[in-house]
Design a binder for this molecule. Structure first.
Ligand code: PMP
Length: 405
């Protein structure tokens, strides 16, 4: 399939000009483009079976319910979950993390004197929900420091685990620097210290195979739109026993067994955590995206993207004054700054040349503060990118730097 065999007709959006130049889309860590298979799955749903799910007796309701529950099975299989009951559909990673932080606070499992451990690499989505939890419960937020190369300080991590850590909430891959955390080892250490573990898989889902059983975490969240599915759909995987024991967060339809004005009994997981009408079409389209990715093979995708990132680093390193962030074996994203040039100016000029990259703090302001910078320019890669895209990135960056200097 690689390097050039992904037909452009699979991703019609890529077949266009921006400011008169071929679009080179390198903002995949923000969101990915959608293949025809996903667009068609959404369209087919609305054209043929659109209906509300679970309670209907009519044919369309049954077909929509089957498609939604089949999508859950696809996700469960993809994650190697023990059961589809461990798969909760959410609106995205942010929603999944907020769900977990809220049910932990409500359950009384985290109280005053407890510690919540996150890392310097986290996206705001894996910082702010825990700050809110700490404000509510009187727990303390602790942060694993980051080394100069953009990896986490593992000795400091082990020291921090000697405190009263109740949960480790950790990103697998940094959206800002592409750092791949050694999650297997870190989860093992955190579990031995008696902590729960939540993995933010927003940036790993499209690049690395995920096996929740071998990972050994308790929760894992990701967003559909970063793995070629639409926005507004995501997944929270949770360990069955925990989902069973923890209380619900949002109340409403779907999440109940029986309601009286005096008392309500709750549905079993995953429905207990899916109050209200879910994003039915989104779940079905997510399953189509997962099938698309698995048809190519996530390991092949990762190898292809690694080739592109290495080629991009090599080509860009010819620019005097360029500084890369994150360790060499990064995944998905390549973040850099050119001395004397503001990342925003560089991004704006690249856009004029048809190259879409992201500039700024990447929703990681504490990480930027750690490095004494306000942001970076980030090129992030997906399965449809090519060496031609890398050449365009390098050539246009050279040119833009020449214009800005
Ligand atoms: N965590 C990480 C590492 C991310 O990259 C992102 C999205 N940039 C999020 C969480 C939040 O994802 P979403 O906005 O889809 O909820």
């Amino acid at each position: 399939m690689f390097p050039t065999e992904i037909p452009l007709s699979d991703f019609p959006i890529l077949d266009q000009s921006i400011h008169g130049r071929r679009l080179v889309y390198l903002d995949n860590a923000a969101t990915t483009q959608k293949p025809m298979a996903v667009l068609e799955a959404s369209r087919r749903y609305y054209e043929s079976i659109n209906s509300n799910i679970h309670r209907g007796t009519h044919q369309l309701a049954r077909a929509a319910t089957d498609a939604y529950e089949n999508a859950r099975q696809t996700v469960a299989k993809h994650l190697y979950a023990e059961s589809a009951d461990e798969v909760i559909f959410t609106s995205g990673t942010t929603a999944g993390i907020n769900l977990v932080s809220n049910i932990l606070a409500l359950s009384g499992r985290i109280t005053a004197g407890d510690e919540v451990l996150i890392s310097t690499l986290e996206h705001h989505s894996n910082i702010v929900p825990w700050q809110i939890l700490c404000q509510r419960t009187g727990a303390t937020l602790k942060v694993i420091p980051c080394e100069e190369d953009g990896s986490l300080d593992q000795e400091a991590f082990l020291r921090l685990l000697k405190g009263n850590v109740k949960i480790l909430a950790l990103t697998w891959v940094s959206n800002a620097f592409g750092t791949v955390n050694p999650v297997h080892e870190m989860i093992r250490a955190a579990k031995s210290a008696g902590a729960l573990v939540l993995i933010d898989a927003a940036q790993s889902s499209a690049h690395l195979p995920i096996d929740v059983q071998s990972l050994g975490a308790d929760f894992l969240a990701f967003s559909g739109h970063k793995i070629y599915a639409p926005t507004g759909i995501g997944v929270l995987w949770g360990r069955a026993s925990l989902l069973h024991d923890l209380p619900p967060w949002q109340g409403g339809g779907e999440m109940i067994k029986e309601v009286t004005f005096a008392h309500t009994t709750y549905n079993d997981p995953p429905f207990k955590y899916e109050a209200g009408t879910p994003n039915i079409e989104g779940a079905i389209a997510l399953a189509a995206a997962i099938d698309y990715v698995n048809n190519i093979g996530i390991k092949a995708i990762h190898a292809h993207e690694t080739t592109l990132i290495r080629a991009a680093e090599k080509a860009l390193s010819l620019i005097p004054g360029i500084r890369f962030f994150g360790p060499a074996d990064r995944s998905g994203s390549l973040s850099f700054l050119v001395e004397g040039i503001h990342h925003y100016d560089l991004g704006t000029l690249l856009d004029q040349m048809g190259v879409a990259v992201r500039t700024g703090h990447h929703c990681c302001q504490p990480l930027m503060a750690r490095f004494g910078i306000t942001g970076t320019t980030r090129a992030s890669f997906a399965l449809y990118n090519t060496l031609q895209d890398v050449e365009a990135l390098a050539e246009c960056t050279q040119k833009a730097v020449g214009m800005l200097r």
